[in-house]
Design a protein around this ligand. Structure first.
Ligand code: IFM
Length: 452
C-alpha cells in the first residue's frame, strides 16, 4: 500500500464555532442566532444554542481531548456579543477573559490557536439597525476586531476575519434559512459587500494591533460549480460569480466582476460600493482559508422561492446520482481539487489552508463506540485529494476537520452530527468516534494510505 505523506510542518487541526458549541449564554449579549433559534419554526426540533456542547464550562476537558488527538492547531470563533454585548462600545472584560483562558490552555498544550472573529453571531442590536445590509456594521466589526487583537494579539498566531461570508449574506438575507432570516435579495448583495468591507477594515485594524508575525486570513466556502447539461453553462457562470468570484476577485484586487454586476442589475445599481472600498477589501492577507464539503451542480429550471442566489430564480441546484451525506450533500472530493487548482491558476499566489472539511452521518452509539466508517472514508478521500493538490503545486499548509465535536448545526439543530467526537447532549459526555481514532493516527503518521 502506498503512503501519502504530507510535508513536514503540515498543520493538522479541528474546527468549531462559538454559537455551535459554547452555550454559556447568560454570560454574554444576544446575537441574531439567539433570536432566530428562539423563533418557533426556524430550527428543526426547536433546538437552540443555549447549552450546545457546554464548551463554555468544559473547555479544559475539550482541550485535553485535542491534545490527545495530537492536533497542532485549533480553529475556534469568538462570539462578538461576549466581547461587545450590544456590538459597540468598550470591551466586556469577562468575555475576553474567557477567550484568554482558552488561548492560554491551548498554548500550554502545544496547540496553536487559530481565532475567527465572526462565525455568524452578529449582536442583535446591530441587526436591529439594519445588520449587514448597513454600511456602519463594517465599521463596528473593525472596532470589535481591534478590541480582541488588543487583548490576545500577543499570543494568537492566526487570525481570521470572517467565516463564509456567502452564508452570512445569502442564507441570512436572501433565503432566510439562517439568521437574521430575511428574504431580501437586494439587501443580500448589500450585505455581501459590507461583509467584504468589514473584512478589509478588520484586516487593517488587526494589522495595527498585531505583531508582524501574526497571520491574517479570511475563510471562504468556495464552490466547484458545474452545469448539469450544456444548456446550463451560462447558469453555472452566474452561480460561480455569486459563489466564488464576488468574494475572490475583490479580495485579490480585481474589484467586483463585471458579469456579476450586470447579472444583478435588476436588483441594485451597486451604489453601496463607495470609492476606495475595493482597495480596502484588497488589503493584503497572509493566508486563505477554504471550506469544502460537496460540489454544486446547476440546471435551468424553476429555482426555490426565496433561494439563496439573488437574481437566479431560473436556476436550480441538482443532486447528481451517487452517495450523499445525511445532509443530502453529494460526496465528491474532486470538487476540492478543482477549487485548489483554480486558486493556484487564476489568483495571485497565497498560502492556503483547508479550514473545514467533514461530513454528517447518522451515527449510532453501540457498545460504547461509534463505528463511523462512512466518515472515515469521506475524510480519507478528501485528504487524498489534498495530497494530490500538494503534488500539483498548490501551496497547501494545513487541514482542519469539521468538526471536533458534534454541535448545533444551524437550521438543522442537533439532528445532524459532524463531529469526530460524539456528544451525548443529555450528559454532555464526549465519546471518540472511530474517525477520531483514525484522525489521531493520521496526524501521528503525518500521512494516509493511498486510495485503493
Ligand atoms: O456547521 C457549519 C459551519 O458552521 C460552517 N461551515 C459548514 C458547516 C457544516 O454545515
Amino acid at each position: 500500500m502506498t503512503r501519502l505523506v504530507f510535508p513536514e510542518g503540515f498543520v493538522w487541526g479541528a474546527a468549531t464555532a462559538a454559537y455551535q458549541i459554547e452555550g454559556g449564554v447568560d454570560a454574554r449579549g444576544r446575537s441574531i442566532w439567539d433570536t432566530f433559534a428562539h423563533t418557533p419554526g426556524k430550527i428543526d426540533g426547536g433546538d437552540t444554542g443555549d447549552v450546545a456542547a457546554d464548551h463554555y464550562h468544559r473547555y479544559g476537558a475539550d482541550i485535553a481531548l485535542m491534545r490527545d488527538l495530537g492536533l497542532s492547531a485549533y480553529r475556534f470563533s469568538v462570539a462578538w456579543p461576549r466581547v461587545q454585548p450590544t456590538g459597540r462600545g468598550p470591551a466586556n472584560a469577562a468575555g475576553l477573559d474567557f477567550y484568554e483562558r482558552i488561548v492560554d490552555e491551548l498554548l500550554g498544550q502545544g496547540i496553536a490557536p487559530m481565532l475567527t472573529l465572526y462565525h455568524w453571531d452578529l449582536p442583535q442590536e446591530l441587526e436591529d439597525v439594519g445588520g449587514w445590509a448597513e454600511r456602519d456594521t463594517a465599521a463596528r466589526f473593525a472596532e470589535y476586531a481591534g478590541l480582541v487583537a488588543a487583548r490576545l494579539g500577543d499570543r494568537v498566531p492566526g487570525w481570521t476575519t470572517l467565516n463564509e461570508p456567502w452564508c452570512s449574506a445569502f442564507l441570512g438575507y436572501a433565503s432566510g434559512v439562517h439568521a437574521p432570516g430575511r428574504t431580501e435579495p437586494a439587501a443580500a448583495l448589500r450585505a455581501a459587500h459590507h461583509l467584504m468591507l468589514a473584512h478589509g477594515l478588520g484586516t487593517l485594524a488587526l494589522r495595527d494591533a498585531l505583531p508582524a508575525s501574526a497571520e491574517v486570513s479570511i475563510v471562504l466556502n468556495l464552490a466547484a460549480v458545474s452545469p448539469a447539461s450544456p444548456a446550463a453553462e451560462d447558469a453555472a457562470r452566474r452561480i460561480d460569480g455569486l459563489a466564488n468570484r464576488i468574494f475572490l476577485d475583490p479580495l485579490f484586487g480585481a474589484g467586483y466582476p463585471a458579469d456579476v454586476l450586470q447579472d444583478t442589475a435588476a436588483l441594485t445599481d451597486w451604489g453601496f460600493v463607495h470609492a476606495g472600498d475595493e482597495s480596502i477589501i484588497a488589503t493584503p492577507i497572509d493566508l486563505l482559508g477554504v471550506n469544502y464539503y460537496s460540489p454544486t451542480v446547476v440546471d435551468l429550471g424553476e429555482g426555490e422561492v426565496d433561494g439563496p442566489w439573488p437574481g437566479c430564480a431560473d436556476i436550480r441546484t441538482v443532486t447528481p446520482a451517487g452517495p450523499t451525506t445525511s445532509m443530502g450533500w453529494p460526496i465528491d472530493a474532486r470538487g476540492l481539487g478543482e477549487i485548489l487548482a483554480r486558486l493556484r491558476d487564476d489568483y495571485p499566489p497565497i498560502p492556503i489552508m483547508i479550514t473545514e472539511n467533514g461530513a454528517a452521518f447518522d451515527d449510532v452509539v453501540a457498545d460504547d463506540a461509534v463505528r463511523d466508517s462512512d466518515r472515515v472514508a469521506y475524510l480519507h478521500q478528501h485528504l487524498a485529494v489534498a495530497h494530490e493538490s500538494l503534488r500539483k503545486g498548490v501551496d497547501l499548509r494545513g487541514y482542519f476537520v469539521w468538526s471536533l465535536l458534534d454541535n448545533f448545526e444551524w437550521a438543522y439543530g442537533y439532528a445532524k452530527r459532524f463531529g469526530i467526537v460524539h456528544v451525548d447532549y443529555a450528559s454532555q459526555r464526549r465519546l471518540w468516534k472511530d474517525s477520531a481514532y483514525w484522525y489521531r493516527d493520521v496526524i501521528k503518521a503525518n500521512g494516509i494510505n493511498g486510495m485503493a
